[in-house]
Design a protein around this ligand. Structure first.
Ligand code: SPD
Length: 304
């Protein structure tokens, strides 16, 4: 289907499909870990699609990558060493490089073919971050790498959804979150993509948050509204230090002004305050959750 008009449909629930018109398929292959597509969509620009799930696209990626990075960075205050698990498209690394004091970013992705495809076909997203001298890319399982490293100011898990037998499901378990906690420096902050916030789809997010809160002293949901994901999306923020979840917008703005060098499209002090105030049904659902994910009982989303 090189130029033919087709659709990619992402099955959100057994009764709901979220469809995107595809004008051109730029890359389509099966890597050792997942099916990879890079496409030109009709309205939202170029996109990375893994195992038929929309990951990121030029038209709305800033609505995901800016909260994913700048929320934990503001909470930390002065991050220097940053570890990104996943993040093959380079959007997370691009945002991290906007912070003046960042000296080192270790990007650990299991799929080298995905990293190379994004490097070649999605320059609009990585904007050179995948070639920056401060970014070291290791093609490996983040679970193994994080077990052997220490002293990170911020750890970001920028992962695919935890589908059964997919590359990411182990990274949603208590064992992985414990490794991240141990790999953080004092005052370190953790952030991951935790799943959909749509009422019928919220269970994996509730279990993920419950799991993270069984490890870290403080955990909170950050809401990202990314239209191409088909529903509001939750990010999990966690730390062993007490985080200010109602940060004063003026203080955030002055920190951003002093500490960053790149333009931001959606994130500032006022936006951060909003991102941190999750609606009641989300807080109630997480509070009611009793199960956590472990290696023994990991998430098992179907491949669809
Ligand atoms: N269901 C889609 C969740 C995608 C999260 N990861 C996106 C990777 C973008 N860097």
């Amino acid at each position: 289907m090189e130029t033919a008009e087709e659709w990619i449909g992402e099955i959100l629930t057994p009764d709901d499909i979220w469809q995107h018109r595809i004008n051109k398929v730029l890359v389509q292959c099966q890597t050792p870990f997942q099916e990879l597509m890079i496409v030109e969509s009709g309205t939202y620009g170029k996109a990375l699609v893994l195992d038929r799930r929309w990951q990121t696209c030029t038209g709305d990626e800033f609505l995901y990558h800016e909260p994913l990075i700048h929320t934990p960075f503001v909470m930390h205050g002065q991050p220097r060493r940053v570890l990104i698990a996943g993040g093959a498209d380079g959007g997370a690394a691009r945002e991290a490089l906007k912070w003046n004091d960042v000296e080192e970013i270790l990007l650990v992705d299991i799929d080298g073919i995905a990293v190379e495809a994004c490097r070649e076909w999605l320059p609009e997203i990585h904007q050179g971050s995948l070639n920056d001298r401060r970014v070291r890319i290791e093609i490996a399982d983040a679970f193994d790498v994080i077990a052997q490293t220490r002293g990170w100011d911020v750890i970001i898990a920028d992962l695919t959804d935890p589908i059964e037998s997919g590359p990411a499901f182990k990274l949603f378990t208590r064992e992985f979150f414990t490794l991240c906690q141990q790999a953080l420096a004092p005052g370190g902050v953790f952030m991951n993509q935790a799943g959909s916030l749509a009422p019928p789809l919220i269970t994996p997010l509730a279990k993920t948050l419950k799991t993270i809160s069984s490890v870290f002293r403080q955990t909170s949901v950050v809401t990202a509204n990314v239209p191409t994901y088909g529903s509001p999306w939750g990010l999990a923020l966690a730390s062993d230090k007490i985080l200010d979840l109602r940060p004063d917008p003026n203080r955030t703005d002055s920190l951003l002004q002093q500490s960053t060098n790149g333009p931001l499209k959606m994130f500032d002090g006022q936006a951060l305050l909003g991102l941190l105030q999750s609606p009641l049904y989300i807080r109630n659902r997480i509070a009611a959750e009793t199960e956590i994910y472990t290696l023994h009982q990991p998430p098992r989303l179907s491949r669809r």
